[in-house]
Write a protein that binds this ligand. Structure first.
Ligand code: NAP
Length: 284
C-alpha cells in the first residue's frame, strides 16, 4: 500500500445512515486492490449539508455515495452531472475531480445488471408493476424502459409523484405502455412478469405486506429493493406462492461496484464486495 500520502477518504452521505453496508463493501475492495483509501459514514442533518459539501476537498474526501434523503438535493452543489443522473433526476455518486464535483447515478444500472446478469431476467417484452414513485423507482423505471418492456404500471400513495413519473417516462420512451395505477389492484400484478417494491414499506417488522397474496403467481419475479430484512413479508408470501424472489442486496452490490469504478477508475473486485455484503448483512 502507498503509505507516503494520506489515505483518500470516501463515504456515504445520508440522514440517518448508521446501518449502511457500503463501508464494508468499499473498504473490502480498497483492501483487496491495495488502494490507500478509507470509506466512512457521513451522517449529516439538513443544516450541515451545505457546509459539508463545500468542504470535501479540504477534508481530503475524493468521493461520496449519496442516499436518502439527499439524492436530489445534492445536485444544486455539483459542477456537472451525467446524462443518466439528469434523466433520473437524482445523484447517488459524487466524484471529486480537483476542485470540481461530478454527479452520477448508478442505482438504475446497478439494478439492471443484477436483474439481467445474476437473475437472468430480460425486460424486453415483459409486463412490469412497480410500487413506489420515489428516487429508486425513477432510477429503476428509466433503466427498465431502456430495455423495451411491453408495459410498466406504477402505483404510489402520492398521486402527484406517480403521475409526474409516468408523464416523464411517456415523454422519454416511445412504444412502451405506461400506466399510472390508483391502487395496488390497478397494477395488474396477476398479469405481470415482474413486481418491484420501491417503497420503504417492509423494512419494519410492523409493516404490512402491500400486495394481496391472491395477485401473486408462479410466473412472477418479485423484487424488493429492501435488503434489510433479507426477506420482507412480500418476499415471504411470494416464495410461498411459488414465485421467484430477490431482495435488494444484488442491486446494492452492482450500484456500489459502478460507483467504485467512478471513484478509482478501476474495475471493482465484484466477488470481494459481494462477500463483504453477505457478511455485513448477517451482522445487522
Ligand atoms: P423515496 O424517494 O422516499 O420513495 C419511496 C416512495 O414510496 C415515496 O414516494 C413514498 O411516498 C412511497 N410510499 C410510501 N409508502 C407507500 C405505500 N404504502 N404505498 C405506496 N407508496 C408508498 O425512497 P427511495 O430512495 O426511492 O427508496 C425506496 C426504497 O428502495 C427504500 O427502501 C430504499 O432503502 C430502497 N433502495 C434500495 C437500493 C438498493 O441498492 N437495494 C437503492 C436505493 C433505494 P411518500 O413520500 O408520500 O411517503
Amino acid at each position: 500500500m502507498d503509505k507516503k500520502s494520506p489515505a483518500r477518504i470516501y463515504g456515504v452521505l445520508g440522514w440517518p445512515t448508521r446501518h449502511s453496508l457500503s463501508p464494508a463493501m468499499h473498504n473490502a475492495a480498497f483492501h483487496a486492490l491495495k488502494i490507500n483509501a478509507e470509506y466512512r459514514i457521513f451522517e449529516k442533518n439538513p443544516q450541515e449539508l451545505e457546509v459539508f459539501l463545500n468542504s470535501l476537498v479540504k477534508q481530503n474526501i475524493y468521493g461520496l455515495n449519496v442516499t436518502v434523503p439527499y439524492k436530489e438535493e445534492v445536485i444544486a452543489f455539483l459542477d456537472n452531472i451525467s446524462g443518466e443522473a439528469r434523466l433520473i433526476g437524482a445523484v447517488n455518486t459524487i466524484k471529486v475531480s480537483g476542485n470540481r464535483l461530478e454527479g452520477f447515478n448508478t442505482d438504475g444500472e446497478g439494478f439492471l445488471k443484477h436483474l439481467t446478469e445474476d437473475l437472468g431476467f430480460n425486460p424486453e417484452g415483459k409486463i412490469i408493476a412497480i410500487i413506489g414513485a420515489g428516487g429508486a423507482a425513477r432510477a429503476v423505471s428509466v433503466y427498465l424502459s431502456k430495455n423495451n418492456p411491453e408495459a410498466i404500471a406504477i402505483y404510489d400513495i402520492d398521486k402527484i409523484k406517480v403521475s409526474a413519473l409516468v408523464g416523464y417516462l411517456k415523454e422519454n420512451f416511445n412504444n412502451i405502455e405506461f400506466k399510472s395505477a390508483d391502487s395496488i389492484a390497478g397494477l395488474n400484478i396477476a398479469g405481470s412478469d415482474l413486481l418491484i417494491n420501491a417503497t420503504p414499506i417492509g423494512m419494519k417488522d410492523s409493516d404490512p405486506c402491500l400486495v394481496d397474496a391472491k395477485f401473486i403467481h408462479k410466473g412472477l419475479l418479485a423484487y424488493d429493493l429492501i435488503y434489510n430484512p433479507k426477506e420482507t413479508k412480500l418476499l415471504e408470501i411470494a416464495k410461498q406462492k411459488g414465485a421467484s424472489v430477490s431482495n435488494g442486496l444484488g442491486m446494492l452490490l452492482y450500484q456500489g461496484a459502478l460507483s467504485f469504478r467512478h471513484f478509482t477508475g478501476r474495475p471493482a473486485p465484484l466477488e470481494i464486495m459481494r462477500q463483504a455484503l453477505r457478511e455485513g448483512v448477517n451482522k445487522i
